[in-house]
Design a binder for this molecule. Structure first.
Ligand code: ADP
Ligand code: MG
Length: 356
């Protein structure tokens, strides 16, 4: 009997289209000898539909989201499981932020990747920073602002004093560089904040680091007592002012990706150490991509952010960095599904009732 893997894709987020490409790649690479794939499309309104994929659909770069498929309703009793494990390939809000993970916990279904807690804190760049800092790891100096509660007339001066210009403005919870701005002088700050506040009620202002952007793939150790596994580092060199939405998705030449990154042996070790400790500090499970900055002048490392459902297209950094580390795409997926099943089993053994 094959294990039925539901691949959830699409979703109600700004990263819907990226998800269609990530999931196409995941479905193509899931080991067909072990797994029966059950594709479930989530449209932009949030409707889940069982999707039949033709040969042509499966060969395409991007999966279809049709509105005519039968609705997939997740039973919450856990009694008759319609699938054995869920692979959420939905980036951003309602996919990567713990909400979907919470639903899957209620349904008592094993699922790939981080649990509710790590997903939620990984999504919130400010809470993530606090945990990372608490673990003794370096973060970029920042200010967190709340919509309707910050001093609009004083903020430009405050930023100048605490962080200086240029600075970066970004929503605490977003992704794909949506709402991210590089602010070169105080006169641009309020417009940048207004735009960022369209996406979240909490916005971060960060010191701009003239940095190289280094990423690492992290995988939970199959041995629960073991340390998380970390790939070779990769580097992204945007050809734009920074790694903006345009550089990521619209401009084919928006960024050069280099795996492994050109780092010394010591720098590589430092990067891997930060990634491993960051994954632990955020209570990571399954997988995550950890993104770092390396100051071009001082060489200092900073944790930037973690992505708990990283891009999974055939050219995405997460699977590519594993490939370069000796773990092929299909093997990686098998590991992830096995980790999901193992976690579910560990949790099922916990006592949920207390009798004196
Ligand atoms: N403090 C910073 N200093 C320099 N560049 C930054 C800083 N913050 C963000 N950036 C640039 O903006 C991009 C997107 O910001 P990031 O925090 O990674 O958000 P997202 O979750 O949208 O990817 C980064 O990849 C980098 O190019
Ligand atoms: Mg990023």
């Amino acid at each position: 009997m094959k294990i039925r893997v539901a691949v959830l894709y699409g979703g109600k987020s700004g990263e819907h289209e990226v998800s269609l490409r990530s999931a196409a790649s995941v479905i193509r690479h899931l080991d067909s000898k072990r797994y029966e794939v059950i594709p479930i499309a989530v449209d932009k309104a949030g409707r889940w539909s069982l999707t039949e994929l033709s040969e042509k659909d499966r060969a395409a770069e991007s999966l279809p989201v049709r509105s005519n498929g039968p609705e997939f309703v997740l039973p919450l009793s856990g009694a008759a499981r319609p699938v054995d494990v869920v692979f959420p390939v939905i980036h951003g809000t309602f996919g990567e932020d713990g909400t979907l993970q919470g639903l899957l916990e209620l349904a008592d279904l094993p699922y790939v990747g981080c649990g509710v807690l790590a997903s939620a804190v990984g999504m919130d760049k400010e809470v993530a920073k606090r945990l990372i800092q608490g673990a003794g790891l370096p973060i970029v100096p920042y200010l967190a602002l709340r919509k309707d509660a910050y001093a609009r007339d004083k903020v430009a001066a405050q930023v100048g004093e605490k962080l200086g210009y240029p600075c970066f403005v970004k929503p605490a919870n977003a992704g794909s560089s949506v709402g991210v701005h590089k602010v070169k002088d105080p006169s641009q700050l309020l417009a940048a904040l207004d735009d960022s506040f369209r996406y979240d009620t909490k916005v971060l202002v960060e010191k701009a680091i003239a940095a190289r952007e280094v990423e690492l793939s992290v995988l939970e150790n199959p041995d629960p007592a073991g340390e998380p596994l970390v790939s070779v580092p990769g580097e992204i060199t945007p050809s734009h002012e920074f790694y903006s939405y345009e550089a990521k998705y619209l401009d084919e030449k928006g960024a050069a990706l280099l795996i492994p990154a050109k780092l010394t042996a010591e720098q590589t070790q430092r990067a891997q150490d930060i990634a491993r400790r960051a994954f632990r500090a955020l209570e990571g499970e399954g997988m995550a991509r950890v993104d770092l900055f390396v100051d071009r002048v001082s060489g200092d490392f900073y944790f930037n952010e973690v992505n708990t459902i990283p891009g999974f297209t055939s050219i995405s950094m997460y699977p590519k960095m594993w490939e370069a580390s000796g773990l092929g795409y299909s093997e990686l997926l098998t590991r992830l599904v096995e980790l999901a099943l193992a976690r579910h089993k560990r949790k099922a053994e916990l006592v949920r009732e207390f009798h004196v």
